[in-house]
Design a protein around this ligand. Structure first.
Ligand code: ASP
Ligand code: MG
Length: 595
């Protein structure tokens, strides 16, 4: 018998009427012949209220007790939901995370799922019950209640769908699906019929609000078909399928996002030698600070500038940590800048189509937005801009890639649904073998690409249109650029590095020097470099991956020249002749998690 999981978020269970509507939806699915597991969030803003309550009695509530408190929100919903189903003549049983057997590690308030037992749920389902599971919670080995982190009910739902082999995981929410960008910010944002796991992972971690990013990691790892849709009583409109394929294969960009509250720090004049990035980022990890964009650009005289962004709320803590690290590595100074925002474009098509970055830079230049920093990955380009221009920048980019208009060659909702189901079936047996330690980091492999060259521009004036000019010139010479990193330099100048195929190195350097001849700045090129990448799932949410790479390379005496990260990959650039040694060092460092 087919089984579906229906998850209802806080706004979809905010009052008795909404709970009844959700109950009717589950009963309807049951009457259509499905077994139904509901996963519920706390009603409305209940979790926020509980957090506030804790704050009223205690400045630093113990994390264990916080979990006991917060888990009650979901228990209220699940019991009332069961009552509503009984009232409508159905059969339902509610279960806490502990009663189901959702085992997690013991990191209170941000626990990770280790395993889920299905026996009790199966028995109840076979007896004709709708099972109502409390989202967001589990228990550790000593039966302490744990929670998965704010927004974690999505992760509970997709994880349950994975272990139960559900045909579909429906996520009911207060929006119609996944949009090309936040519709509250951009009026012509468009609902996508489907979006690929990798794109959704990027969008979710860029703060595209719709879903908890760890839930997408499960979706990808276990091929769970996910359908995000509106719980509004009268709408039965399809929402968005998150599955194996993108909405269009002839569009490079699928969506864009604005991450508002960022801050940038730059460690200036760092000796460019092995172990320096490690010292800095180890210090930050030790303080539990999540680093976002990393821009390391090789400067002159054997010195480098290492620049990175963090959430603005972490700025004060980060400064303290970085100042200590800067002293330890003998850096000249630490600069910082608050009030910056990050605009990103995301698209699976970018991996195979060029010309995205320069178009984005041009669109920003035309909107008179200066780009303070750039990082790229296979499927994402991010630019840091002044916060007061953030919305303007998002609008310019959304318009440039015509995201408000459906792509001409578009995958229909039905086709994407079929693709998601097919991927799930093809994978069914393999999935069962991977269900142990469900949420562990999965590393697929370590890869060496030694076909690239690196072009570095230093001391280029920092004003709107620079990057657009440079990358248009490079594109006009028919050169495909892979990684791009722009960071700050001293005195309002900027440094910019990018990689191109070795055969195109001279041509790229020539195109770029023609541009900087007019603007000012110096050019330097490394005809052969090696790019080392670690790929997998959970690469960014398990923050230790970058560190482990830095540590392994530093121990092997290998200097890191550039870094770029995405949800599924961390890339570092090292000297051309260090590729093979770096590959060995990384293979050893990740041997225990390579799946
Ligand atoms: N109730 C929890 C929260 O508000 C979990 C969730 O709703 O996903 O964060
Ligand atoms: Mg949510």
């Amino acid at each position: 018998m087919s089984l579906i999981v229906q998850k209802f978020g806080g706004t979809s269970v905010a009052d008795a009427e909404k709970i009844r509507a959700a109950a009717r939806r589950a009963l309807r699915a049951q009457s259509q012949g499905h077994q139904v597991v509901m996963v519920v969030s706390a009603m409305g803003k209940n979790t926020d209220m509980l957090v506030e309550l804790a704050g009223q009695v205690c400045d630093h509530p113990p994390a264990r007790e916080m979990d006991v408190l917060l888990s009650t929100g979901e228990q209220v919903t699940m019991s009332v939901m069961a009552m509503a189903i009984h009232e409508l003549g159905g059969k339902a049983t509610s279960l806490t995370g502990g009663q189901i057997g959702v085992r997690t590690d013991s990191s209170h308030t941000k626990a990770r799922i280790q395993s889920i037992s299905t026996d009790r749920m199966r028995q109840l389902l076979d007896d004709g019950n709708i099972v109502i599971a409390a989202g967001f919670q589990g228990v550790d080995d000593d039966l302490n209640i744990t929670t998965l982190g704010r927004g974690g009910s999505d992760t509970s739902a997709v994880a349950l769908a994975a272990v139960l082999g559900a045909e579909m995981c429906e996520i009911y929410t207060d929006v119609d699906g996944v949009f090309t960008t936040d519709p509250r910010q951009i009026a012509d944002a468009r609902k996508m019929s489907n979006v690929s796991h990798d794109e959704m992972l990027e969008l979710a971690s860029l703060g595209a609000g719709v879903m908890h990013s760890r839930s997408i990691e499960f979706g990808k790892k276990f091929n769970v078909p996910i359908h995000v849709r509106n719980s509004g009583v009268f709408t039965d409109e399809p929402g968005t399928i998150i599955g194996p394929i993108a909405e269009s294969d002839n569009r490079a960009v699928s969506g864009c996002a604005l991450t508002k509250e960022e801050a940038r720090l730059t460690v200036l004049g760092v000796p460019n030698k092995p172990g320096v990035s490690l010292t800095i980022f180890e210090k930050l990890a030790g303080e539990n600070i999540t680093v976002d964009m990393i821009m390391q650009t090789a400067g002159q005289d054997g010195l480098a500038d290492i620049s990175f962004t963090v959430l603005e709320s972490d700025l004060a803590r980060t400064l303290t940590a970085v100042e200590a690290a800067a002293e330890a590595v003998g850096a000249a100074d630490v600069a910082h800048q608050a009030n910056v925002s990050k605009v990103s474009v995301v698209g699976l098509g970018m991996a195979t189509q060029s010309g995205v970055a320069d178009r984005m830079f041009r669109a920003l230049a035309e909107a008179n937005v200066n780009i303070a920093a750039i990082t790229t990955s296979e499927i994402k380009v991010s630019c840091l801009v002044a916060r007061e221009q953030g919305l303007e920048a998002l609008r310019a980019v959304h318009a440039e890639f015509e995201l408000g208009r459906p792509p001409e060659k578009r995958v229909t909702f039905e086709d994407s649904l079929a693709a998601a189901k097919k991927a799930k079936e093809a994978d069914a047996v393999a999935v069962v073998n991977r269900l142990q330690a469900m949420e562990d980091l999965t590393v697929h492999g370590v890869v060496l690409d030694d076909s690239q060259a690196l072009v570095t521009l230093t001391d280029v004036p920092d004003s709107p249109g620079i990057s657009a000019d440079i990358f248009e010139a490079v594109a006009a010479a028919n050169i495909v650029v892979d990684m791009i990193v722009q960071g700050v330099g001293a005195n309002g100048k900027t440094n910019l590095s990018f990689t191109v195929p070795q055969a195109a190195n001279d041509k790229a350097a020539k195109a770029a020097s023609e541009v900087i001849e007019k603007l000012g700045g110096a050019i330097n090129s490394h005809p052969s470099i090696s790019i080392l990448s670690v790929t997998g799932v959970g690469i960014r949410s398990h923050t230790g991956v970058g560190l482990r790479m830095f540590r392994a390379l530093s121990q092997a005496g290998i200097n890191v020249e550039l870094v770029s990260t995405s949800e599924v990959k961390v890339n570092v650039v090292v000297a051309g002749d260090k590729g093979a040694a770096g590959l060995t060092a990384l293979q050893e460092a990740f041997a225990d998690v390579i799946g």
